[in-house]
Design a protein around this ligand. Structure first.
Ligand code: GLA
Length: 653
């Protein structure tokens, strides 16, 4: 499309046909350019086994087309109808405790179910054959939020699929035993037949088995996507295909998933009550752009105001819906879509906001919806433009899964680790890409790897080579501790990074709360760079050539290195062994040394500035009026200003 996508999930099957004309009229008023249709319409499209009813959908698509509205057409496979479950209860997923999940909500199927696959394939083929030539068809929308509710399925059918997956990965059971470290706790297997998914067990389960089940489960959802796209490509070649991702979604390795999408799309629901909402949203937008290798992406779902699935659901104050929408566009989105077009009258999402609320046209939300549609129409020239980031943060699902397992030195949140670094860059107006640990990092002035606990040899070598070639690598604690089988990198951890960092780690020493009497986790103290308190993590670092920029002060770590820097080849490698409260001081030094300039004017706290193409986006995320870049912004107000020039990308030559 030569316009930005603007619209939302459209579920006309929830409404009588009389409403449909009003829908199209109001969509036009709101500047809607495209609607996602049919996501949950399986039971309406196939009310009985093999009996398809397409008349109503023909009618809906024709009306949309007549109204100039394009269609992102769903394959409708996300919620199998009750008749299917009644005939084939084997499709139902099973939890790790052995509970069979029932029909009556949605996503009640195992990704490994052959029966589900057969029925879903038949539906996808029927929908594709029916609508492949429909003039409103813009894109195919496969299923919906794969893995959203059922992250992993522990049924017998999945167990069999897991065994096949393991055989393919390891070839023979001896290799598996070695990888899983089954000499520990008498876990050795004598054949693949003995292996089960890591169901609920008396205590800590085998870490590598858990990791492999995470990998397998992510791949199982990938197979659901693959199976549907194979049919779509055969029946409807040339039409772009996507499925909606869910931001920093732990259960699915989105590097692997995104590689299969024609374009990346994302569903993102910030909590309006969370002060960190804007930075979390920004980080997620940057992830989506990165997953697509820098290509424009689509914000496929967000709410215009409140959701209905938190314990208490705050509305978005006036201006926030616009600011977060413009933020997505500024950070590379070619579209802003909502869940959903018309707020439901019945069902589990009737209290979830929509573009057209229960109150109808004469409402704040609809007015904001119309105004945003007009504004986005004026930004069409940005379609297809790309951004370039000078800094990259490493993101790795294996590390996420491993770091957050049980039986570790401390409970850590991978996302929080990344957010800490991201936030400092965001505050400084520095654009960030995310990269895989073995991804292409040449060209970034700075690469940050924090909590990348699992670092296989190839990735270690790649990052070490990046430093020697002139890059600035910043390594945060719990990086390069384990290999891809979760075996420890012996001799001081860090593997090939040990040399470029000029340090080794001798012992982990996270501060801990008293487990019996309770109380807060004590802070650590730092002297030197980022002096003051530090949180969450400490460790015994021994230098082997690195310069010590900061030390721990007090306690058993007193005087030991907390932040180090080591020149190596043409570059430099920093190590940060804790979470300093003043992480900004570290970031300032690193950016200055690496010659990174933000490329946007400095703004007050809580005001985001981003350049895309020849526009400067100013977003006031605070609830007070501010002045930024010579522009007055209301509370939650935004401005999109022409810059007269495209942004200097600030990347190394
Ligand atoms: C997800 C789903 C939608 C809807 C929204 C509600 O994103 O894809 O169908 O349930 O959540 O926030």
């Amino acid at each position: 499309m030569d316009r930005l996508w603007y619209g939302g999930d459209y579920n006309p099957e929830q409404w009588p046909a009389e409403v449909w004309d009003e829908d199209v009229r109001l969509m036009q008023r709101a500047g809607v350019t495209i609607a996602t249709v049919g996501v949950f319409s399986w039971a309406t499209l196939e009310p009985q086994d093999g009996r398809f009813e397409f008349g109503w959908l023909d009618d809906v698509l024709d009306r949309l087309h007549a109204g100039g509205i394009r269609v992102d057409l769903a394959t409708a496979t996300a919620s199998p109808p009750p008749w299917l479950v009644h005939e084939h209860p084997d499709v139902l997923p099973v939890t790790e405790d052995g509970v069979v999940l029932s029909v009556g909500s949605r996503q009640h199927y195992s990704p490994s179910s052959a029966t589900y696959r057969r029925y879903a394939d038949r539906l996808v083929r029927a929908v594709a054959e029916r609508y492949r030539s429909h003039p409103a068809l813009e894109a195919w929308h496969v299923n919906n939020e794969l893995g959203c509710h059922v992250h992993r399925d522990y049924s017998d059918e999945s167990a069999a699929a897991f065994r096949r997956w393991l055989e393919h990965r390891y070839g023979d059971v001896a290799t598996l035993n070695e990888a899983w470290g089954t000499a520990f706790w008498s876990q050795a297997y004598s054949s693949f037949d003995e292996i089960r998914p890591p169901r609920t067990a008396p205590t800590f389960r085998n870490p590598t088995q858990l990791l492999d089940f995470d990998r397998f489960s992510s791949d199982a959802w990938l197979e659901v996507y693959r199976a549907e796209t194979a049919i779509l490509r055969e029946v409807s070649p040339g039409v772009p295909i996507t499925t909606n991702l869910m931001g920093f979604f732990k259960p699915l390795d989105y590097w692997r998933h995104a590689a299969l999408l024609d374009f990346v799309s994302d569903d993102h629901y910030v909590d309006p009550a969370d002060p960190a909402a804007p930075v979390i949203a920004a980080m997620t937008r940057d992830l989506m752009r990165s997953l697509g290798g820098g290509k424009p992406w689509i914000l496929m779902e967000q709410s215009t105001s409140a959701v209905n699935w938190r314990r208490r659901n705050a509305p978005k104050p006036p201006g926030m819906y616009r600011a977060l929408s413009l933020q997505a566009v500024a950070r590379g989105a070619d579209g802003v879509m909502q869940f959903q077009w018309r707020q439901s009258r019945a069902g589990a999402e009737k209290f979830h906001s929509a573009m057209l609320p229960h109150g109808g046209e004469d409402t704040r939300i609809f007015r904001e919806t119309v105004a945003l549609g007009q504004e986005l129409a004026g930004l069409s020239d940005l379609v297809g433009t790309r951004l370039t980031a000078p800094v990259a943060i490493v993101l790795d699902w294996d590390s996420w899964w491993a770091l957050e397992q049980a039986a570790t030195p401390a409970e850590l949140s991978y996302q929080r680790l990344l957010l800490r670094w991201y936030r400092e860059l965001w505050r400084r107006g520095v654009l960030v890409d995310f990269v895989r640990p073995d991804g292409d990092v040449e060209g970034y002035r700075v690469v940050i790897a924090a909590g990348t606990q699992v670092l296989p040899q190839a990735a270690q070598d790649r990052l070490a080579g990046y430093v020697r070639g002139g890059g600035t690598l910043v390594v945060g604690y719990q990086t390069a501790i384990l290999d891809e089988h979760l075996h420890v990198l012996l001799g001081g951890y860090l593997g090939a990074l040990r040399d470029v960092l000029g340090i080794r780690i001798e012992e982990f020493a996270p501060p801990a709360e008293p487990s019996v009497t309770g109380g807060p986790v004590p802070a650590l103290e730092l002297a030197g760079l980022a002096a003051g308190s530090a949180q969450e993590w400490g460790e015994v670092v021994r230098v082997a050539g690195a310069e010590v920029l900061s030390t721990f002060a007090g306690g058993m770590l007193d005087g030991l290195p907390a932040i180090t820097r080591n020149g190596s080849g043409a570059g430099a490698a920093w190590y940060v062994a804790t979470a300093p409260d003043d992480l900004g001081a570290v970031v300032d030094r690193v950016l200055a040394e690496a010659g990174v300039e933000p490329g946007v004017p400095e703004t007050p706290d809580g005001v985001e500035a981003v350049r895309r193409g020849d526009r400067l986006f100013l977003l006031n995320h605070t609830d007070h009026e501010v002045e930024a870049a010579g522009t007055r912004l209301e509370p939650h107000g935004s401005a999109v200003l022409p810059t007269g020039a495209t942004a200097d990308d600030g990347r190394a030559d």
